[in-house]
Design a protein. Sequence first.
Length: 239
Amino acid sequence: ALNEFHANKDIFIHLGVRPNMNLPKLHSCSHYLMYIKLYGTTDNYNTEYTERLHIEMAKDAWRATNSKDEFPQMTLWLERKEKIFRHEKFISWQRNGCPLPQTLNTTTLPLGIVYERHVMMPKHPTIKAVPIDAIVRDYGATYLRDALARYIAQYRQPNVTLSRAQIEHHALHITIPSRTLPVYQTIKFTVPDYITGGTHIIDSAHIRPARKDSHGNIVPPRFDTVLVNDGTGGSLGVA
């Protein structure tokens, strides 16, 4: 279907609908196959970023005008907004003691990729009490009870290094009193801002079982894949 579209898309130019077909979304279509083969599914990878910029840089700017000779007014409004944003960052940087940017070893890290990420959990769970049986069934956490028992066995003895056999032995004698657990369906990942001392949200992971919307239609589940560096992977996360 994509090849057929590209073979016949010139009709829009011949009819005078558009002067050309150089659209970012259409160009991206030719790279999706390669990206999926290289990096896997396109989770959290879409064109909503440009849609969001259209709201902030076009729609909001137009609403700030009097609808007459709007382009100079929109340009001036955006320029002032950028200056306020930069000044706000400068004030925040001064309040944090004017810290110097941290120097990173860029000889071993690819440019444009930040590996120093931190997990930011929500203050409150998405669902306060989900039956453990439902978590096993709907969320695919087949070995939740066993994993939770092993975690409790190690948590009870934080200053003792237990072997795998010892952990399994202690886990056999642990009973989970609760029948429900809170569930967090979103985890955000942040990176440090070395200028302001704050953080930026750079990515997020979502888990959500299948459900029905208000019209009774089935909404498919979403379970993002997350690779966890347990501390043995170094700065790149690969041992």
